[in-house]
Design a protein around this ligand. Structure first.
Ligand code: Q46
Ligand code: ZN
Ligand code: ZN
Length: 305
């Protein structure tokens, strides 16, 4: 298999782009495409401070690497969830983030918040003791992560929070939302969620990459990452949709990309409109001052009551 640019040995064949590239040209293409995506969706400006949510996985570390190589003022943000489940998941994932800094970007800033150290309980414990999390730690975990990221972004003067979601992630969610006609979610699913009412801007610079491309990027750049998924992600419906979509892609090259991009463009052109669920009257939480509709205390602060 030959590189479409130089005829050298190609390391990846991206059928949906009709492109085969050698390691050097793949990195060049990957960085340029990420930059185009950031500009195309007006994610952030070159002078903005960006907070990258890193989990120790390939997508988030690759994203941080890309933003630093593109000279963005990107700091990492790691949230220690205290998830062990006999696998030492959280400890290993933090090790990977630290190793990444040491090995690739020794001057980069990694902000670390340890949930148990700061608030007294780790996620699994919190999920067991709280009504909201019973049987499903993800509900509590999502709430905690959103709250902490928003706080760090606000206090540190960051223009945006960047996450490593790739197109496979987005398409799986799109399929799930479409199958259930979750119109409120479809209205909000986008590469950029603008800041509003005290909630930080959220951006996904990898939305145009297939998962195998961000994995290839991490591999080619020698980025070590945690291979295990969070133990609580096992058997999630998102993974089921990912498998189905990969089957579809095997039979019809570019199916994932088409599904996602046509959705974005139809909405952008106003060919389809989804009405956002009204968030209700927002007011600052009396304890943490983050916006809430839930009365005096926000859902996060009520977790610790
Ligand atoms: S970390 Fe947290 Fe995820 Fe683990 S507990 Fe669920 S939400 S699966 S991205
Ligand atoms: Zn080449
Ligand atoms: Zn609060």
């Amino acid at each position: 298999m030959k590189c479409s640019k130089c005829g050298g040995r190609a390391v990846i064949n991206m059928r949906q782009h009709r492109l085969r590239l050698c390691a050097e040209h793949f990195v060049e293409w990957f960085l340029a495409f990420a930059q185009r995506t950031i500009e195309r969706y007006e994610m952030f400006a070159p002078t903005d401070k960006v907070l990258v949510a890193v989990s120790g996985g390939k997508d988030s570390l690759a994203l941080w690497d890309v933003l630093l190589r593109l000279n963005y003022r990107a700091e990492g943000m790691y949230i220690g969830l205290g998830i062990d489940e006999g696998l030492g998941y959280s400890d290993k994932s933090l090790d990977m983030c630290r190793l990444f800094v040491r090995k690739h970007h020794p001057d980069a800033v990694l902000n670390i918040v340890d949930v148990e150290g700061e608030y007294g309980q780790a996620i699994p414990e919190l999920a067991r003791t709280h009504r909201r999390g019973q049987g499903k730690p993800c509900a509590v975990c999502g709430l905690v992560k959103r709250h902490i990221m928003n706080r760090i972004a606000r206090d540190g003067g960051f223009a945006a929070i960047a996450t490593g979601h790739n197109m496979d992630d987005e398409v799986a969610v799109l399929m799930q939302n479409t199958l259930h006609w979750q119109t409120g979610y479809l209205a909000r699913q986008a590469p950029v969620l603008v800041e509003r009412d005290g909630m930080a801007r959220k951006v996904k610079p990898f939305v145009r990459f297939y998962e195998r491309e961000s994995a290839a990027y991490a591999l080619v750049q020698g980025i070590d990452y945690i291979y295990d998924e969070c133990p609580f992600a096992k058997g999630s419906t998102t993974n089921l949709y990912k498998e189905l979509l990969n089957q579809l892609e095997l039979n019809s090259t570019g199916a994932k990309q088409q599904f996602y991009l046509h959705f974005l463009s139809a909405r952008e052109k106003g060919e389809v409109t989804f009405v956002e669920t009204e968030p209700g009257q927002l007011q600052p939480c009396t304890r943490c001052s983050q916006p809430t509709t839930a009365g005096n205390l926000c859902a996060f602060c009520r977790l610790w009551e």
